[in-house]
Ligand binder design. Structure first.
Ligand SMILES: O=c1ccn([C@H]2C[C@H](O)[C@@H](COP(=O)(O)OP(=O)(O)OP(=O)(O)O)O2)c(=O)[nH]1
Ligand SMILES: [Mg+2]
Length: 152
């Protein structure tokens, strides 16, 4: 599969921020950095959430989506994660990509300019042809769910 091209448009407050990048050859996601002012780090108190700017508009190719996902290290060490994980970036979105972080830990967490706060995956999507139907087809599972299998 050839790699789709991804154009990133740098916004003025993203000046000097490293381009989002795949940190290793096999990385699934590119790390996103916080474009908060250098002299105004963002402090997330316990239980608080914030929309953190990345400094870039991502022109996601048609037929793909962007998924904003947490970094496991931040989640494990500090309880900091993406509240809406995975965040969805639509291919027709032309605003700045932002990361909705929440601090589920017990200590305040300080977000400095350039800190890697989340990762973005590019994934193919299809749009279904939606229609209303009279009845659902029959299956062995039927309406069973939520732990219904393997129970005698
Ligand atoms: O973590 C996220 C999630 C979304 N977005 C941007 C890109 C996305 O295309 C747009 C809309 O996101 P979504 O559809 O999840 O939000 P909504 O609440 O449904 O808003 P809208 O009515 O604008 O679609 O917001 C981000 O920058 N970061
Ligand atoms: Mg929406």
């Amino acid at each position: 599969m050839t790699a789709p091209r991804l154009d990133l448009i740098r916004l003025p407050h993203g000046d000097g921020i490293d381009l989002p990048a795949y940190e290793t050859a096999g990385a699934a996601g590119m790390d996103l950095r916080a474009a908060v002012p250098a002299d105004q780090p963002l402090t997330l108190g316990p239980g608080q959430r914030a929309l953190v700017p990345t400094g870039f508009v991502f022109e996601i190719p048609h037929g793909y989506e962007g998924q904003v996902r947490p970094r496991s290290g931040l989640a494990f060490k500090h309880g900091v994660t993406c509240l809406n994980a995975p965040g969805t970036i639509d291919s027709d979105y032309r605003g700045e990509v932002k990361v909705l972080l929440v601090n589920l830990g017990e200590e305040a967490f300080v977000i400095e300019r350039g800190m890697r706060i989340a990762q973005l995956l590019i994934a193919p999507v299809v749009q279904a042809a939606v229609r209303e139907a009279a009845a659902a087809s029959e299956t062995v599972r039927g309406a069973g769910g939520f732990g219904s299998t393997g129970v005698h």
